[in-house]
Write a protein that binds this ligand. Sequence first.
Ligand code: C2E
Ligand code: CA
Ligand code: CA
Length: 405
Amino acid sequence: MTQPHKIEQVNSMKIMVLDDEPFMLSLCQRILSNLGYHHVTTQDNGASALAQLHTADHPDMILLDLNMPEMDGIEFLRQLQHLEYQGGILLVSGENRQILTTAYNLARAYSLHVLGHLQKPLQPAALAPLLATWRARTATPAPVLTSPTTPITPQAIEQGLQAGEFVNFYQPQIHIAARQVAGMEALVRWQHPQWGRVPPDAFIHIAEQHHLIQHLTEQVIENAARDAALWQTAGFPIKVAVNLSMADLSQVELPERVIQTVNQQGVPPEHFTLEITESRLMEDVRTPLDILIRMRLKRIRLSIDDFGTGFSNLAQLMNLPFTELKIDRKFVQGAAEDDAARAILESSVQLAKRLNMTIVAEGVETQADWDRIAAIGCDSAQGYLISPPMPASAVIPWLQTWGKD
Ligand code: C2E
Ligand code: CA
Ligand code: CA
């Protein structure tokens, strides 16, 4: 007597078919209907599929065509990663197996739940078992990726550090003129066994207040150096950047620690950047100055983060040994509307350039942002337009596909 329940379960799975060919859409719909799946929506382009994902009509499963004229399937996967889409994905393509396999590996690296790939013309016999696998998997609830419901305590952070639950995500920086990857910024996440993926804004300040930040920074630096060495071995000798807290700069032995870690991994020190937020930097520069100078003497690069959010002017910052200026996203995105902001931004960029600093614009979300910062003279761009932060396992596949289209 379990049959009716089973059918009910089959019927309740919501499937989205995304393919630019109308014929494929109706064919898929017919095949799915014959297999007992009736909650099927069809979309013929990536943009409207993404729009549907933002509504309550959220599919449990997406059948994704890789070849589409505007937003192709690879770009769509990147958008799904950004949305942290938790449903299942099946890749469908008329391309050869090799392309399908590469796309499959990329989606896996993005931590998406990709169940498999299917060659066109679609065979019901191949499709049915893959959909059944997903049903079986979702019968047990998947770990949710949400913010913790209980308050984060210093004890929990300490345990997480012991258990190695803090992982680096990476966001690429692109050299604007050459359109080449300049480096990756490490952005820490807490992969908590119950809470799922916790963003840094939820725990960094607690770690800072309870003297846990040094331990955390050490782990982030070690992971970043190890990953940069892996990229180097894979043929991508790019830079890596790590965020520091002001509390890190009270540790006099920090320069030696950093240089020891990068040397151990065989990463050149000039490929290692430390980012320090502008507003905090100006709170007290006397203590950290000695640490900053020793970092520079060891060829570690130093970046002023979130430039434009503090009250300092560039002249004050010029007395510090920084090699890079990172313009805050609010400035990048707002500079178009506000003439005064734009003027300050432009003169800061010019002054920084004269002092041989690299200028990075962060929060580049649109083509208009990109064009504007390119016109002002920024060297590199970072932001969702290029890629959201990705798990470490996704970096090499991403580097291999960047610039290939
Ligand atoms: P941040 O250093 O300014 O990092 C950039 C933040 O902007 C990241 O947030 C990134 O995901 C987000 N972002 C990137 N591109 C875009 C875009 O195009 N649009 C918008 N709206 N946002 C974008 P995330 O990863 O949540 O990190 C937040 C902050 O937490 C970082 O800001 C940094 O200050 C801090 N943080 C991250 N990792 C570490 C770490 O290992 N140590 C310390 N001390 N702080 C860290
Ligand atoms: Ca940063
Ligand atoms: Ca920043």
